[in-house]
Design a protein around this ligand. Structure first.
Ligand SMILES: [Zn+2]
Length: 473
C-alpha cells in the first residue's frame, strides 16, 4: 500500500510521490527549538511525531536526510540574554544542550544536521536571499531601516494557512512600530539594530542588524537541502505566519515550489487546557522525570495519539503509558522464554501469526493510534495462546521478529543494559515469600522499598518480574 499523508497545503490526504529518488534521499526539514528556555513537552510532541515519520519512511525503504534548525537569534533569545546579563551565545548554549539531552531521553533519532541561525555562513545566505528579494521588488527597506517582505507582490501569500489577506488589511495599522511598513502583514526579513539589541548585530547592505526568524529557516533549508524539499514539518502554530513566510521568501527567490508536502502536528493540551506558565500546567521533560516517570514512558505518552489530533496530557495518561509498557515488557519476556523452551502442549496449526496491519496503519497518514490498537490486540490474543499452551517456539520467534521490526519505529523496549542490583533482587525474594504467606502488609512494605531504589516489581503469571521504575530515565 502506498504511503499517504495529509498535506496542509491542499488540506487533503495525498499519496506520497517524491518523484525520482535515484541518487538522492528524501529531503526533510523540521523547524527546531528556539533556544531561549527549556523546550516544553508540547514542543517534544511535535519532535516525536517527526521522529516517527522519519523512522516510518526508513522502514519503507526510503533514505531520509533531515535538517532541524536551531533558532538562536530572535527577539526572545536577545531579551533573555540581556536580562541574564550574559552574551547571547552563552545564554542560548545552555538551552541547546538541554534540548539535546531531552531529545536523547525521549529516544528521538538525531537529525543529520542541526544548523544554527547565527552561523556566519547562514547569515551570509540570508543576506543574499534578502538582496535577491529586494531586486525582484518583493522586499523593501522602510524608514526604520528594517527590510520587509512585500506580501502584496506575492499572490500566493496566505495559501498554506488558507488565510484571506483582505482580513489582514481590514485590521489596519495598529501598533506604533508597524507605521513604517506598507502593509500590516509585511514581515521583517532584516531587523535594523537598536540599543536593546546590545552587541547582537551583523553587518549588512542595509546597515547593522539581525535576521528575522522566518528568513533563517528559508536560508538554512536552501543551503542544506536545495531549492526544493519533499517534506516540511512543524507544529500547527508554525503554519501562520512562519511557514507562510518561508514559502513567500523561498519561492520569491527561486520561482520554484518550495515544499511538496507540508505536515503539521496538533497541539498538546494539559488537563484539557492550553499549556501556560501562568496556569501552572507547563511541563518540561525534567519536570515529568521528577515525578518519577521515565523517558520511555513519556515517549510513549507523547507518541500514542495520531499527530493531527490534539493530545491531552494528564498524569493519569502517564500511568496508562506505564501500564501499557508493562504489558509489552511482560509479553516480550514470555515470548522470549517460549522461543527458547517452547510451551506448546497443544500446538494449534492456525495459531495467530504477525501481519502487516501495524505498518499499513502507519502508511495511512501515520495512524499510530490504529497501529497501537493492533499491537495490543495481538498481545491479548498471543497471551491467551500462551496461557493455553498453544504457542510453539517458532510462532514465538516470529512474534519476536515482528516486534523487532516495529520497534525500529516505536523505540519502546526497556533498557536491558541495566543489571538488577543484588539488594533489589533480595527484597523481591523476601516479598515473594511474604506474598506466599499472605502477609500483604509486609509485601506492600517491600514493594515500596524496591520502588524507592528505582525498581518496580510486577506480579505476572510466570512469577514476579523486576523492571526499572520510578525515577530512572
Ligand atoms: Zn522554521
Amino acid at each position: 500500500m502506498a504511503l499517504r499523508f495529509f498535506n496542509t497545503y491542499s488540506r487533503e490526504i495525498e499519496e506520497f510521490e517524491p518523484g525520482d529518488l535515484s541518487g538522492r534521499p528524501i529531503r526533510m526539514y523540521t523547524c527546531g527549538p528556539t533556544v531561549y528556555s527549556r523546550a516544553h513537552i508540547g514542543n517534544f510532541r511535535a519532535y516525536i511525531f517527526e521522529d516517527l515519520l522519519q523512522r516510518h519512511l526508513e522502514l519503507r525503504g526510503y533514505k531520509v536526510h533531515r535538517v532541524m534548525n536551531i533558532t538562536d537569534v530572535e527577539d526572545k533569545t536577545i531579551r533573555g540574554a540581556r536580562e541574564a546579563g550574559i552574551p547571547l551565545q552563552k545564554f542560548t548554549e545552555q538551552f541547546k544542550e538541554a534540548f539535546f539531552e531531552d531529545a536523547h531521553t525521549l529516544r528521538i533519532k538525531r537529525a543529520d544536521e542541526y544548523p544554527a541561525a547565527t552561523d556566519q555562513r547562514y547569515i551570509d545566505r540570508m543576506i543574499e536571499m534578502i538582496s535577491a528579494l529586494i531586486s525582484k521588488g518583493l522586499a523593501y527597506q522602510a524608514d526604520d531601516k528594517s527590510v520587509y517582505f512585500r506580501i502584496n507582490k506575492f499572490p500566493d501569500y496566505g495559501k498554506l494557512a488558507h488565510f484571506d489577506l483582505t482580513q489582514l488589511q481590514s485590521t489596519g495599522r495598529v501598533k506604533h512600530d508597524e507605521y513604517d511598513k506598507e502593509h500590516i502583514g509585511d514581515f521583517a526579513l532584516w531587523k535594523a539594530w537598536d540599543e536593546a539589541d546590545g552587541d547582537v548585530k551583523w553587518a549588512s547592505p542595509w546597515g547593522p542588524g539581525r535576521p528575522g526568524w522566518h528568513i533563517e529557516c528559508s536560508a538554512m533549508s536552501m543551503a542544506l537541502l536545495g531549492d526544493q524539499i519533499d517534506i516540511h514539518c512543524g507544529g500547527v502554530d508554525n503554519i501562520f505566519p512562519h511557514h507562510e513566510a518561508e514559502i513567500a521568501q523561498s519561492e520569491g527567490v527561486t520561482g520554484k515550489t518550495f515544499v511538496r508536502y507540508w505536515l503539521h502536528c496538533a497541539h498538546l493540551l494539559v488537563d484539557g487546557q492550553k499549556m501556560a506558565k501562568s496556569l501552572g500546567n507547563f511541563y518540561t521533560v525534567p519536570d515529568v522525570l521528577a515525578k518519577g516517570y521515565t523517558g520511555r514512558e513519556l515517549r510513549y505518552a507523547l507518541l500514542r495519539v495520531h499527530y493531527r489530533v490534539p493530545l491531552n496530557f494528564t498524569w493519569e495518561g502517564m500511568n496508562e503509558a506505564r501500564e501499557s509498557l508493562g504489558r509489552i515488557d511482560e509479553w516480550l519476556a514470555r515470548l522470549k522464554q517460549i522461543a527458547t523452551n517452547g510451551n506448546a502442549q497443544h500446538p494449534t496449526p492456525n495459531a495467530q501469526r504477525p501481519t502487516a496491519a501495524f505498518e499499513e496503519a502507519l502508511d495511512d497518514d501515520l495512524n499510530i493510534s490504529a497501529a497501537l490498537g493492533f499491537l495490543f490486540e495481538s498481545i491479548r490474543q498471543t497471551n491467551r495462546a500462551m496461557d493455553q499452551k498453544e504457542m510453539d517456539a517458532a510462532s514465538a520467534s516470529a512474534w519476536l521478529d515482528w516486534w523487532k521490526r516495529i520497534n525500529t519505529l516505536l523505540d519502546l523496549e526497556a533498557d536491558t543494559d541495566v543489571a538488577i542490583p543484588h539488594e533489589v533482587e533480595q527484597l523481591a525474594q523476601q516479598r515473594e515469600k511474604a506474598r506466599r504467606e499472605k502477609n500483604w502488609k509486609r509485601s506492600d512494605e517491600l514493594r515500596e522499598r524496591i520502588s524507592a531504589l528505582g525498581w518496580e516489581v510486577r506480579d505476572t503469571k510466570d512469577g514476579p518480574k523486576l523492571t526499572r521504575g520510578a525515577g530512572t530515565a
